[in-house]
Design a protein around this ligand. Structure first.
Ligand code: BGC
Length: 730
């Protein structure tokens, strides 16, 4: 091992060439001309290794090294050890043509430094912040052997029962489109050949978030209209920003599994979106076509995948096992393998792996991780991602208040959440540790566990609560209750946490509830027992410092929800940009029949999209719309004054929505089309102006994106419910 470390330390890191697309293509073609059919097929395989984290059926890694030596592996997934990567890369270089391996990993919201889970980060509405977090993540990942991350996840989500909502940007297409670009810019730094950047893979293409009942891997049924209008734009944005890989999703589309869906992989991806990068399957998703009942055997899987347009197979070996035979029998044209192989080679050239196959391998990745400024950014991101849902004035509290810190998260360090990359929860301080360290008078008791039906510590918790001024109740889901394969049917706090809260509320002391979770939970009943709710999601390595600063007013909350919080599980899916029905509430008549609704709960969510409180108070005035549209150009200027009418400096996220009053198709009540984050000093006013253009009013109509002329309502406000309105004609 010492020898390997010395070799890695001696790796020269000369600047790698920035090649034009034409150069990359010609180099890849030149190499392809020298390759045997087996070698080409080898480039289409992503293998695991002994230490690869298994997120599906187990695979046999016993032949990985042998296959690499034969040039029968194109990339490796999920390797955590640079020294092993180095040895595998050397094996690849010793193969006949010495084509380097591409190392891929799931670096989702931080590598060593843990940033807030993606749903939390999206609540910051802060592209610059996301870009900075991804830049740091890329720096750490690129020094720890990662060439490409399976991120960003661009699935739109409407069902909090699905455990993977925590990886998403929430329920809105436009926001996800803007944030997609920020992710790609941050990771790739427009410099794929650089040493400090990594390549990206947009996933999951497409519709995975629409799994029936929020049950992971479940069926999806979506119209082509919805696909184009809502689901494709974030992917298109990622590709336009230079994302070179896309991952197919596990679900079906129009009855055909996406991984073998020719319409999606060729007609839409290649022809409509002009995507020229690599299409990779999800973990064994090609083989799962058999379980969907959409292929008869492994050979058929290989046939269907390559003809549909799948370039790179993750883990499942149908290409390795059957493509050669299919080609020699004349059932598959070799041209298809060539095209797929070229795309993989082009990516490796773009990354500079042929120039320096060891570019991301360092003897000690930790030397490049967790720098002070990285942790500071993680704290900044955490303070900008926690959403204040309720506050009767108890927050911020003075530092001399005596605090009873109660709940399973009171003294618990697993604060990073699912898909934690290479983070270590031992780098997280617990809330108790930070509260004590920073001088609060704090008494702590878990009171109960996460899921156990154990009441034995209630009394201890109640006793300390009696002695203190304010109860901080730190509750939620443990890490493993969200993420992949962690769908839930109940969305209340698990175990006896709600009962404990109920008992504590009887003391009549102010209660601040901190909720840690990977999804919106149902807070309808418990919110009545508390004076403030800070929704903390999973905020990463610097969680506890960020929470301390938010609670004590050193930081001011500014985040707003990007996913609606349901009133009850039975209300799911509930989202702000729903379509109108033929029987909206505004119609006169007997309410029962003139209103699409449930008879036992309101129609609105508990907390809507775009909602979040601040310690500052903002007022909107002088809302004005100037329509400069002529027959040659669309230009609408929308302005509003935003004033901080408090004595506390704060950031406000100003949101602009439109509503197409009459189109040839039904359009949502509201569609987010612009937003801006404004920093305001006490009593300061800023005028915010948005320029709406043709893009704003372009819509998917008659199988095409086109300007949808007609009457529009323009709304500006602090959330998707508090809005001023003007009407214009385009
Ligand atoms: C997930 C992907 C992930 C892949 C590789 C799959 O189970 O759906 O999001 O990138 O595993 O770990």
């Amino acid at each position: 091992m010492e020898q390997i470390k010395r070799e890695l330390d001696a790796v020269k890191r000369n600047t790698l060439p920035k090649r034009s697309v034409a150069e990359v293509k010609s180099l890849a073609q030149e190499l392809l001309n020298k390759m045997t059919l087996e070698e080409k097929i080898g480039q289409l395989y992503q293998s695991g290794h002994d230490s690869t984290e298994v997120t599906g059926p187990a695979f046999d890694a016993s032949k990985t090294v042998e296959n690499i030596s034969k040039g029968a592996v194109g990339s490796i997934i999920g390797l955590n050890d640079n020294l092993i990567c180095y040895q595998l890369q050397k094996k690849a270089l010793e193969s006949r043509l010495g084509i380097p391996l591409l190392f891929c990993a799931d670096i989702i919201h931080g590598c060593f430094t843990g940033f807030p889970v993606n749903l939390a980060l999206s609540c910051s509405f802060d592209e610059k912040l996301i870009e900075e977090c991804c830049k740091i993540t890329a720096y750490e990942a690129s020094h720890s052997g990662v060439d490409l991350t399976f991120s960003p996840m661009l699935d739109l989500v409407h069902d909090p029962r699905w455990g993977r909502v925590m990886e998403s940007n929430g329920e809105d297409t436009y926001l996800s489109t803007r944030l997609a670009r920020a992710y790609i810019r941050g990771y790739q730094q427009d410099n794929l050949e650089g040493y400090d950047s990594i390549a990206t893979c947009a996933k999951h293409y497409i519709g995975y978030g629409l799994a029936e009942g929020g049950r992971d891997y479940n069926s999806v049924d979506m119209s082509k209209y919805r696909l184009h209008e809502s689901y494709l734009p974030p992917f298109k944005a990622a590709f336009d920003e230079g994302c070179p890989m896309v991952m197919t999703s596990f679900n079906i589309f129009d009855g055909v599994p996406v991984t073998v869906n020719k319409y999606l992989l060729r007609d839409v991806l290649r022809d409509e979106l002009k995507f020229d990068g690599v299409v990779i399957s999800d973990y064994t998703s090609s083989g799962e076509v058999l379980n969907h009942g959409a292929a008869k055997d492994d050979k058929d899987v290989a046939y269907k995948s390559i003809t549909a347009g799948l370039d790179h197979e993750m883990i499942y070996p149908s290409y390795i096992n059957h493509l050669k035979e299919l080609i020699l029998n004349g059932e598959v044209e070799e041209r298809l393998v060539d095209e797929a192989c070229l795309r993989v080679l082009e990516l490796k050239y773009k990354l500079g792996l042929f120039d320096n196959p060891f570019k991301h391998l360092y003897s000690n990745p930790l030397d490049y991780s967790m720098k002070e400024e990285f942790l500071a950014k993680a704290k900044d991101a955490a303070t900008k991602s926690a959403v204040l849902l309720e506050n009767d004035g108890v927050l911020p509290f003075a530092k001399d208040k005596k605090i009873a810190l109660i709940g399973p998260y009171a003294d618990y360090n697993s604060l990073i959440g699912p898909w934690g990359g290479k983070t270590d929860i031992n780098d997280c301080k617990t809330l108790r540790e930070v509260f004590e360290e920073r001088g609060l008078d704090v008494l702590t008791s878990n009171g109960c566990g996460f899921t156990e039906m154990d009441y034995s510590h209630f009394e201890e918790a109640i006793e300390i609560a009696k002695k203190q001024d304010i109860i901080v109740f730190a509750c939620g889901e443990p890490r493993n209750m969200s993420g992949e394969a962690a769908s839930r049917a109940y969305l209340d706090l698990p175990g006896v946490q709600e009962e404990l809260l109920h008992e504590l509320s009887k003391l009549g002391k102010p209660i601040v509830m901190l909720v840690f979770a990977g999804r919106p939970l149902i807070l309808t009943k418990i919110r009545k027992h508390v004076n403030a709710i800070m929704y903390c999601w999973f905020l990463g390595t610097s969680t506890s410092d960020a929470i301390y600063e938010l609670l004590t007013g050193i930081a001011n909350p500014s985040a707003k929800l990007t996913m609606s919080f349901p009133y009850a599980v039975g209300q799911i899916p509930v989202y702000y940009n729903a379509l109108p029905t033929g029987r909206p509430k505004t119609l006169p008549g007997i309410d029962q029949f003139y209103h699409s609704r449930y008879i036992d709960i309101p129609n609105t969510p508990l907390y809507p999209f775009g909602y979040g409180l601040s310690y500052s108070k903002f007022e909107y005035s002088n809302f004005g719309v100037v329509n400069n549209t002529t027959k040659d150009k669309v230009e609408v200027l929308v302005s509003v004054d935003v004033t901080n009418v408090s004595e506390i400096k704060g950031d406000e996220i100003v949101q602009l929505y439109i509503h197409a009053v009459a189109s040839s198709v039904s359009r949502p009540y509201l569609e987010l089309k612009e937003f801006a984050k404004v920093a305001l000093n006490p009593n300061e006013t800023k005028r915010v102006t948005f320029k709406l253009t043709k893009d704003t009013f372009t819509h998917y109509l008659n199988d095409n994106y086109q300007l949808d002329k007609g009457k529009y309502e323009i709304f500006v406000g602090t959330s998707s419910t508090t809005l001023s309105k003007e009407t214009i004609e385009i």
